[in-house]
Write a protein that binds this ligand. Structure first.
Ligand SMILES: [Zn+2]
Length: 359
């Protein structure tokens, strides 16, 4: 049964919970955790175990159909714009009002429920009055207060950021070399999805080295700070080329599909471009956050070098400066969520780091 969850990295507790739940499932689950931790893949594997007559063998027709999301008793509902709208969940409501034939089960997966501000009340009503044989599997990041009731109606299964060493081992098992795996796993911020994208990005290791070199280059002059900020931002911009190549491929594939079934070439194009735009926005933030992770790592390594086996940090002024730097880098990383102006944020951070270097 192990192979059903083989794509999840370092999620043993969640996998354990899903396995035990499959034996006698309740009507709704909420797979919750940060982006990139495998919640969607986990939901699909869980659905397979619910639809398989052997509890999730991973090999039978039900399992294969569920895993490829083509099982007739599985519906996967995803948003088509920035939020989960009423139109997106209409199908869920229709499905939930019909029961599968006696003794059978249907599974409805709803992705990104944390973005269901508008559709939330309709979803809540549907989940509170489920039809016999329907199991809802919701996935998302922690819910905003307005959607808390929705979460309270589901059994919660927590997905956690994966540890860098687990991500690294997973990448190596998929053919990435040790050095790249070790570096990109430190940049991935607990997301195996991001780690896997970075491992295929030929510029990722150089960017990791660039971010780590910042500490040694700061000299408390404004010119150096500005130059470094520019360098880091243009490196982040270059990282987008990998994403853009993949997106161009998706647009081509869409045109081919449309041509093959005689649909107009523009069909679905606008939605795809909107999704690409959101991906790009998110990619930029992820990239800066990855860089900040590498920078914080460099500060911590330097700290370990300085203090060696001495026990007090407080007596060593270099060590307390580095501790302050780690705190500033972590604060900047958290601020990225609500402050999307990366250039300003980065410059402010570098000014702070160079002033603490010159204390
Ligand atoms: Zn099976």
């Amino acid at each position: 049964m192990a192979e059903l969850y083989a794509d999840l990295v370092d999620q043993d507790a969640a996998v354990q919970e899903l396995r035990s739940a499959a034996a006698s499932p309740v009507h709704a689950y909420f797979l919750v955790g940060p982006a990139g931790t495998g919640k969607r893949a986990g939901a699909v594997s869980f659905a397979a175990s619910l639809l398989c007559r052997k509890g999730g063998c991973g090999a039978c027709r039900d399992c294969r159909q569920a895993l490829s999301e083509s099982h007739p008793d599985l519906a996967v509902v995803e948003r088509r714009s920035a939020a989960l709208e009423i139109d997106d969940v209409r199908e869920v409501i229709r499905l939930a009002s019909t029961s599968p034939p006696e003794g059978q089960r249907q599974v409805v997966i709803i992705v990104d429920v944390h973005l269901a501000r508008v559709a939330g009340p309709a979803l809540l009503k549907t989940i509170e009055e489920p039809s016999r044989g329907t199991v809802f599997v919701l996935t998302g990041e922690p819910l905003p207060p307005g959607l808390a009731t929705l979460a309270s109606r589901c059994v919660r299964v927590a997905f956690r950021p994966a540890r860098p060493e687990a991500i690294s081992a997973w990448l190596v098992s998929r053919g990435t070399d040790q050095d790249t795996a070790a570096k990109v796993s430190l940049m991935a911020q607990g997301s195996s999805k991001r780690a896997s994208a970075l491992a295929e990005d030929p510029g990722a290791v150089a960017r990791y080295d660039l971010w780590r070199s910042v500490l040694g280059k700061l000299d408390a002059t404004g010119a150096t700070t500005a130059h470094l900020a520019d360098q880091l931002l243009s490196a982040s911009e270059e990282s987008l080329s990998v994403l853009r190549t993949r997106q161009a491929g998706e647009i081509e594939a869409l045109s081919r599909r449309n041509a093959a079934i005689g649909e107009p070439a523009s069909r679905g194009r606008k939605e795809l471009e909107e999704r690409h735009h959101r991906e790009e926005r998110r990619w930029r933030t992820d990239e800066i956050r990855s860089g900040l992770g590498a920078l914080a790592g460099a500060c911590r390594d330097r700290l370990v070098e300085i203090i060696g086996d001495r026990d007090s940090l407080v007596v060593n002024p270099d060590a307390s400066r580095l501790l302050k730097s780690v705190a500033s880098v972590n604060a900047a990383s958290r601020a990225l969520v609500r402050n999307p102006n990366e250039p300003l944020l980065l410059q402010a951070l570098l000014v702070k780091l160079s002033s603490s270097a010159g204390d």
